[in-house]
Design a protein around this ligand. Structure first.
Ligand code: NDP
Ligand code: 8X3
Length: 253
């Protein structure tokens, strides 16, 4: 197993949920983390918790210019990152495709797809040059299985899955690894964001279902990243033990 204190991570979506839990999992084990998100106070709280192991980076991953500039000007030792966890993302709404808000669709595409591509393009060349690195993505079961209202959100995660496999085809043998983490039901701020801050509606998603937690997913990221460098985990798909697949629908007359 790799010594986690030899790892320097760049984590997008570090202010909440899966990303914040991953920052804590790795920093607790001695890794350094560039913690990226838009909410500065949450990044500062991580810095207060773990001190010099954390470099807070306030950034909107949809801002291509700012992302390239910020990654290129990271101070040592954070500029030697060897894990990039492209995790920032969101779902907005659960309306059927014929009623969904086009602006919400664009925001999901801009964040989950374009923001992720910018994150990769702004960080991957340096890891290739150093002959050591690991790209970890947050996909979703929604990238494999459909459900009503997942239309664009699920499609963005299908993109992440295939992009992850295709990048691996490009970088295999370079010293850079690629892993797509594909969680199911995980209780974070995800549903609060999806339902525009409606807590009652968000709580119903998890009620009585024992969802996974950000910590459960962080453990999977930790597992994939600390395996010896000759091992590449392509995909990890997980669900709450109370979640399963929906039946195929028949819309009868
Ligand atoms: P949270 O809402 O708790 O966290 C989302 C994170 O993404 C926040 O840190 C947020 O930070 C960040 N983020 C969103 N938009 C941007 C942006 N434009 N620029 C920078 N950061 C951004 O949800 P999760 O932890 O659940 O979500 C993390 C990932 O996991 C997402 O990609 C999501 O699709 C995926 N996922 C979630 C599942 C779940 O059931 N919870 C299951 C499968 C996948 P800030 O607002 O401060 O910028
Ligand atoms: C989040 C999981 O099932 O809510 O990606 O789409 S789901």
């Amino acid at each position: 197993m790799l010594d986690p204190s030899t790892l320097t991570l760049l984590v997008t979506g570090a202010t909440s949920g899966i990303g914040a839990a991953t920052v804590r999992r790795f920093a607790s084990a001695g890794a350094r983390v560039v913690a990226v998100g838009r909410r500065a106070e949450r990044l500062e709280a991580l810095k207060a918790e773990f001190g010099d192991l954390i470099h807070p980076l306030v950034l909107d991953v949809r801002d291509e210019k700012a992302t390239f500039e910020a990654f290129a000007s990271l101070p040592a030792p954070f500029n030697a990152y060897n894990v990039v966890f492209a995790n920032a993302g969101l779902a907005l709404g659960l309306e059927p495709a014929y009623a969904a808000d086009l602006e919400e669709w664009k925001t999901m595409v801009d964040t989950n797809i374009t923001g992720l591509l910018v994150t990769v393009r702004a960080s991957l060349p340096a890891m290739i040059e150093r002959k050591q690195g690991h790209l970890v993505f947050t996909g979703s079961i929604a990238g494999d299985y459909s459900y009503p209202g997942a239309n664009v959100y699920g499609a963005t995660k299908a993109f992440v899955k295939q992009f992850s496999l295709n990048v691996w085809a490009d970088v295999a043998g370079t010293g850079v690894r690629v892993t797509n983490i594909e969680p199911g039901l995980t209780e974070t701020e995800f549903s609060m964001v999806r339902f525009g801050g409606d807590k009652e509606r968000a709580d119903k998603v998890y009620a009585g279902a024992t969802p996974m937690t950000g910590e459960d997913i962080a453990e999977q990221v930790f597992f994939a990243c600390t395996l010896p460098r000759h091992v590449n985990i392509n995909r990890i798909q997980s669900m709450s033990s109370q979640q399963s697949f929906g039946p195929l629908a028949i819309k009868r007359d």
